[in-house]
Design a binder for this molecule. Structure first.
Ligand code: AMP
Length: 416
């Protein structure tokens, strides 16, 4: 398959979709440049091979053009990291002349694609009382305009690279639709390649035992992943707020713990399905309970099924973590998504931080470990283990959908 290592970029213009959606402070200074740094190897490779770059991205969620969301704020950092000067086009639909004049080694950054509704293909500014018919008409209108938008972007370049894994689950103009204009000249960038390889290592033919450790607040938001993974893993560890819906389903007392009463039947079905598939399910049976949802609340250790009234489960207790450790250290492949406690409160982050440490140890022992999702990534990063696990995924929503077995539009568009 075509890729940036085997493609001949000499004298060619590459339009590259990156994820420069970085957090900015009140003075428009970048507070975390991870995403920019991630895109640099792909950008450098094109320049090294004699190509020129047209870089496109979104930043934030603008409803139209707005200085606050301008990509001009991040130019300084891209220039520092790339070691090249950037030209900037303030309107991504008016870059014809600048793109045409690009010489090998030169770089043009287009303004935030989401200044145009056409990027996402969703109508904007609809009145609150708009009827279904009006909504349908507005959608049809923006979809029609989107065709010209995509065509214009494609007209700037000779080849297309998608390196924005964070938006690969969206069928947007720049992430998927544009690919059809480059049937023989489209490819993934290194970020996308790395993400796909890491997830496929887990979902494809992993070394076994394969263990998934899933945390987070709600069963309902993880159900797609749980169901898909039940057909693949040997062990599944469930932690975090999800535990109490299962505990209640088992007939336990859960006090004030987080619970989705409408998911209790589903919890029972999951447990049955795990048994049928011979997947070993582990829950944080021993938990830290607190008498308020507060970092300074009184705490005690108890069983997840025996939480007194007025108390709520907030973290996996050390005894649970020990059991998890035993399973994880025997695993050859591990996937971790979601915290096993209320990670935002330092007193209840201990279980989650301990898991980060166990993954580091398991990696040292030779396991392939993949970490994804905001809080789990934050935990390994804060503990200083981001480079001590096998792979840290950059795409929250995209990774979750991939793990559910959904073919991501951004991936499909390059492959088909
Ligand atoms: P998610 O976005 O579904 O991955 O869930 C992450 C959230 O789950 C974090 O904000 C955690 O604070 C929350 N969480 C984890 N464990 C618990 C718990 N025992 N009770 C309430 N919230 C929790």
């Amino acid at each position: 398959m075509q890729n940036i290592s085997n493609y001949d970029f000499a004298g060619k213009k590459a339009i590259v979709r990156v994820d420069f959606n970085v957090p900015l402070d009140g003075d428009f200074k970048i507070t975390d440049d991870t995403r920019i740094r991630a895109a640099i190897p792909t950008l450098k490779k094109v320049l090294e091979k004699g190509g020129s770059l047209i870089i496109m991205s979104h930043l934030g969620r603008p409803k139209g053009p707005a200085d606050k969301f301008s990509l001009k704020h991040i130019i300084y950092r891209v220039e520092e990291l790339l070691g090249a000067k950037l030209q900037f086009c303030e309107d991504c639909m008016k870059a014809d002349a600048q793109a045409a004049a690009l010489k090998p080694g030169e770089v043009l950054l287009l303004e935030n694609l989401r200044f145009y509704a056409e990027e996402e293909g969703k109508p904007r500014g609809l009145a609150e009382d708009a009827t279904d018919e009006m909504k349908k008409a507005a959608k049809a209108e923006v979809k029609e305009k989107q065709k010209d938008f995509v065509k214009k972007l494609a007209s700037y370049a000779d080849c297309y690279i998608n390196d924005a894994f964070g938006t690969a689950h969206r069928a947007h103009a720049s992430t998927a639709l544009i690919a059809k204009y480059f049937p023989n000249d489209k490819m993934f960038g290194y970020v996308m390649e790395g993400e796909i390889k890491a997830i496929d290592t887990v979902l494809g033919s992993p070394e076994r035992p394969l263990t998934a450790i899933l945390g987070g607040s709600k069963v309902s938001s993880k159900i797609g992943i749980i169901e898909h993974l039940l057909g693949l893993v040997d062990n599944m560890i469930i932690g975090g707020g999800m535990v109490y819906t299962f505990a209640k389903a088992k007939g336990g007392k859960i006090g004030n713990s987080l619970c989705e009463d409408d998911q209790i039947q589903l919890a029972l079905d999951i447990m049955k399905k795990a048994e049928e598939k011979c997947v070993k399910l582990y829950f944080s049976d021993e938990v830290v309970a607190a008498d308020a949802f507060d970092n300074n609340a009184n705490t005690m250790l108890c069983r997840a099924t025996e939480i007194p009234d007025g108390w709520e489960g907030v973290d996996a207790a050390p005894a649970s973590v020990e059991i998890f450790k035993d399973v994880l250290m025997k695993s050859k492949t591990i996937l971790w998504n979601g915290p096993v406690g209320v990670f935002e409160m330092p007193n209840f982050a201990k279980g989650t931080n301990a898991i980060a440490g166990i993954l580091k140890e398991a990696t040292e022992k030779g396991a392939f470990t993949l970490v994804g999702g905001g809080d789990s990534v934050a935990a390994v990063t804060q503990m200083g283990y981001a480079d001590k696990v096998s792979y840290v995924s950059t795409g929250g929503g995209a990774m979750l959908e991939y793990l559910e077995g959904i073919e991501l539009p951004g991936i499909k568009a390059i492959r088909e």
